[in-house]
Design a protein around this ligand. Structure first.
Ligand code: 8GT
Ligand code: MG
Length: 317
């Protein structure tokens, strides 16, 4: 028999202090007793956003003013195929409460993994915890220049996710660079991922590892614990599937568009990008010819946001 297909709109409602609202499902409901992001099934002829507005009014008593797409997750439950269409909501009227008697709680983003959620929710927890911009550092031999550029981006562009990519440094220089970069990232509350062998986490206590696509393809399982972040570079369906298989937390997918350094490269383009993101079941950053100004467009096709070296590696004006 064909499985039921269920399309659900749900919201990560985010308060000014950054906490996220979650609600507990009634013990008698499907997935009873687990926590969830408020929302529910689309009624016939409703769009996701229309359903979101109605459900949050019914379940929380709030009126959404503006919402931004966060992530779309397809998940196979034994009895149904579910599509969770998740939005980020920061602008709303009213004070949310459990209008159907359900317990609700404001939770810090890093505390979310401590609550039991339905199996489909793992990618959502990752998307909620990640920003919409991912800075990849440029090759820069001069450490002073490097740290100055990075600090500008942390301070002025509010970058909160950084990948240290330094392929030209030897091991000793890489370790020194990783330590100074980590100290700077910590000052701004930014997460730092090392683009390096996963064993580097034993030497530098960074927040995680970013795998090159070559390294990604050699792995049989997730190489680092769940409390560290695992990103990977991907360029197509096979690598995306492998990233899912070894349980990466997120990926970059590139090259989306031509760049000044690769004007004639074969690029993915927004259309195919959207299709690949739809099947990815994890946050995906668009990379290649992207700037901060593309972040909303990327969100619109289901991405987490954009990754870039060039756009963030600017000089102080
Ligand atoms: N709202 C919501 N539903 C989720 C989440 N994760 C998840 O797997 N689901 C599943 O998606 C479906 C949504 O159902 P729902 O019970 O919220 O639907 P609804 O508000 O329209 O209620 P009703 O149909 O019971 O009247 C359920 O099967 C639920 O288990 C989540 O984070 N939020
Ligand atoms: Mg509901």
């Amino acid at each position: 028999m064909m499985k039921r297909r269920v399309h659900v709109a749900a919201a990560a409602v985010i308060r000014e202090d950054g906490r996220v609202l979650i609600a507990r499902r009634p013990a008698t409901a499907d997935q009873g007793g687990l926590w969830e992001f408020p929302g529910g099934k689309l009624a016939p002829y409703e769009t996701g956003f229309e359903a979101l507005k109605r459900e949050l009014s019914e379940e929380l008593g709030i009126q959404i003013r503006r919402a931004q797409p966060l992530i779309r997750v397809h998940h196979e439950y034994p009895d149904k195929h579910i599509l969770l269409d998740v939005w980020q909501v920061r602008e709303y009227e009213g004070e949310p409460y459990g209008r159907e008697g359900q317990p609700v709680r404001w939770v810090g983003v890093d505390d979310l993994p401590n609550y039991p959620f339905p199996a489909a929710n793992l990618p959502i927890l990752r998307a909620v915890a990640l920003p919409q911009e991912y800075l990849i550092t440029a090759e820069e031999p001069d450490e002073t220049v490097f740290l100055k550029r990075l600090e500008r981006a942390l301070r002025e562009d509010s970058i909160r996710l950084v990948q240290l990519r330094a392929k030209t440094l030897d091991d000793a220089a890489y370790q020194a660079r990783a330590e100074s970069t980590l100290a700077l990232c910590r000052r701004y509350g930014a997460k730092l991922l090392l683009n390096a062998d996963p064993a580097w986490l034993e030497r530098v206590d960074a927040d995680g590892i970013h795998l090159t696509s070559a390294r990604l393809m050699t792995l049989k399982q997730r190489p680092i614990p769940a409390n560290k972040w695992l990103g990977a570079s991907t360029h197509g369906d096979e690598q995306l599937a492998q990233a899912g298989h070894i349980d990466c937390d997120f990926v970059t997918l590139s090259p989306l568009a031509p760049t000044p350094s690769h004007p004639d490269a074969i690029t993915i383009g927004w259309h195919d990008f959207q299709q690949m993101v739809e099947t990815a079941a994890m946050p995906v950053f668009a990379l290649g010819g992207m700037t901060r100004h593309h972040a909303n467009q990327a969100r619109g096709v289901g991405a987490q946001g954009i990754a870039s070296i060039r756009d963030f590696w600017r000089d102080d004006r």
